[in-house]
Design a protein around this ligand. Structure first.
Ligand SMILES: Cc1ncc(COP(=O)(O)O)c(C=O)c1O
Length: 493
């Protein structure tokens, strides 16, 4: 008996469409034709298919071709064979019903966890293409590549098999020792080598702190404006971020929401990011007192304190703390290069073992050969020499930029950041739309970021974050002048 016309027609049409796919074997064309007809619901679940003999005849194929196609579709669950009654489209093969408009927009978000969705929406840091005035970028041409190559090759030539293993116990001991000596003498950090834990940079250190010291929903105080990288980690760890305003003395705890009880306090006291202010002694004491009272942990991110161009180096907050509530976080990203991915923490003695163990269990860290070369680099004095060279070069660049900005700087547009780090901040009047100014500068070929972009809540200050580390002085001078005229043009209006 002949089957109802629609199924035959659908199969014929689909077969014609599938032939257009190109030079495929006949069974493959038929397979695609039936599969597509099922997935697009032209053939509905329960539909009886023609017999293999009928279909072969109808489409001008050999019966074997149709048999092997049916076999494949049966094996993959698109069709079912019922003994004595024929072959049918399987119910499980039906594509889900078309979603409503609202649902159709949702799948990507729905596939992520709630946390994943939040992270996907989070714009993160300045993903700008690096350009002469991009903030916080270093100049790799200043890196002593030859020395580094020699130290790395020497370590590899030695062929020490132990260095190929995972890094246990917080990392390569001689590097931890060298770091302890360095931060003790240059940053007045109170440290024994057992307290030093090597990580894959600040992001990794913050992640460990958030995971080991905070529970879901715990409050973390963050500087406002503040570091987007830290915010991203705290969001990912489901902490409740409370932005606390920054003024000329650093984070001001009086600006925290009333009754707020932090579990973690994230700070950049040596060079507040991005405002570039150093935290006053009074504020340091006040925050240490709050940490002691609340049994909160302070995370001191000391990311670029080597780069100060006037005055004496600042002592760390950790060194002032008698209660052991501070985790001191350092990195080689700024003073060597970010891709080295080596950072470190000095944790209170009571946390040393849990941190070392968690580091091992969560990450299985390695990179002992690079850690060994870095220990050599520090022990031989190359690190100290390199830092002195960087300081000199970046201080000159900062001066070049300030001179180029020249007339743009005045009463209403002053540099509000200290002479440190790799960027400066031009403060602007509260009425100035800094995002528009940044867009205007971009049209003229100079990329700088608006200070407003660094706030979690409404921007309480306006300004521009302008890098001077990346470009050589002639480019800095050129782009500084361009930026200066954009600032002048906007402030005149
Ligand atoms: C405030 C702050 N902390 C830390 C870092 C460095 O992070 P990492 O060690 O993960 O490269 C940066 C880099 O820009 C930074 O701005």
């Amino acid at each position: 008996m002949r089957r109802a016309a629609p199924t035959d027609e659908v199969l014929r049409a689909s077969f014609g469409d599938a032939e257009a796919l190109g030079d495929l074997p006949r069974y493959r064309i038929l397979y695609e034709a039936i599969r597509q007809a099922i997935l697009s619901q032209k053939l509905l679940p329960g539909t009886r298919l023609p017999s293999t003999r009928e279909l072969a005849h109808d489409l001008g194929l050999s019966r074997n071709t149709v048999l092997s196609t049916f076999e494949a579709l049966l094996a993959e669950g698109y069709i079912l064979a019922r003994a004595g009654s024929g072959t049918f489209v399987a119910h499980a093969a039906a594509a889900p019903k078309k979603q409503s408009r609202k649902g159709a927009d949702a799948p990507r978000a729905a596939e992520l966890s709630r946390r994943g969705g939040r992270l996907a929406r989070f714009q993160g840091g300045p993903r700008l293409e690096i350009q002469p005035l991009t903030g916080a970028e270093a100049d790799f041409t200043l890196f002593p590549m030859k020395q580094w190559q020699r130290l790395q090759s020497r370590r590899l030539r030695q062929g020490n098999l132990e260095l190929l293993d995972y890094a246990t116990k917080g990392g390569y001991l001689p590097l931890r020792r060298a770091i302890a000596d360095y931060v003790r003498s240059s940053r007045a950090v109170r440290v024994e080598v057992e307290q030093v834990v090597l990580t894959a940079g600040t992001q990794h250190s913050l992640d460990l702190c958030a995971q080991l010291l905070g529970d879901v929903g715990d409050t973390v105080w963050m500087e406002e404006p503040g570091y987007w990288g830290a915010r991203c980690i705290f969001e990912a760890c489901d902490l409740k971020i409370e932005p606390v305003g920054v003024d000329a003395e650093g984070m001001n705890p009086a600006l925290a929401p009333r009754g707020s009880r932090p579990r973690l306090i994230y700070l950049t006291p040596s060079n507040q990011y991005p405002m570039g202010v150093a935290m006053s002694l009074a504020r340091r004491r006040a925050l240490l007192q709050i940490a002691a009272r609340e049994r909160a942990w302070i995370i001191e991110d000391d990311y670029d304190s080597e780069l100060r161009y006037s005055g004496r180096p600042l002592a760390s907050l950790q060194g002032l703390d008698a209660e052991q509530r501070v985790v001191y976080v350092g990195t080689f990203s700024k003073v060597l290069y970010p891709g080295i991915k080596i950072g470190y923490m000095v944790v209170p003695a009571s946390l040393a073992e849990p941190f070392r163990n968690a580091l091992y269990d969560l990450q299985r860290p390695g990179q002992l050969t690079v850690q060994a070369a870095l220990a050599d680099f520090i022990e031989r004095g190359y690190f100290g020499t390199h830092i002195r060279r960087l300081r000199q070069a970046y201080a000159e660049r900062r001066e070049t930029l300030v001179a180029a900005l020249g007339g743009a700087l005045g009463k209403s547009s002053q540099i509000v950041s200290q002479a440190a780090g790799l960027h400066l901040v031009i403060g602007l009047p509260a009425t100035c739309d800094d995002r528009r100014l940044s867009a205007l500068a971009a049209e003229q070929g100079t990329t700088v970021r608006a200070l407003s972009d660094y706030f979690i809540g409404p921007a309480a200050a306006r300004g521009l974050v302008v890098g001077f580390g990346y470009a050589p002085p002639d480019k800095l001078a050129y782009h500084g002048r361009l930026l200066g005229s954009a600032v002048r043009a906007v402030l005149k209006r």
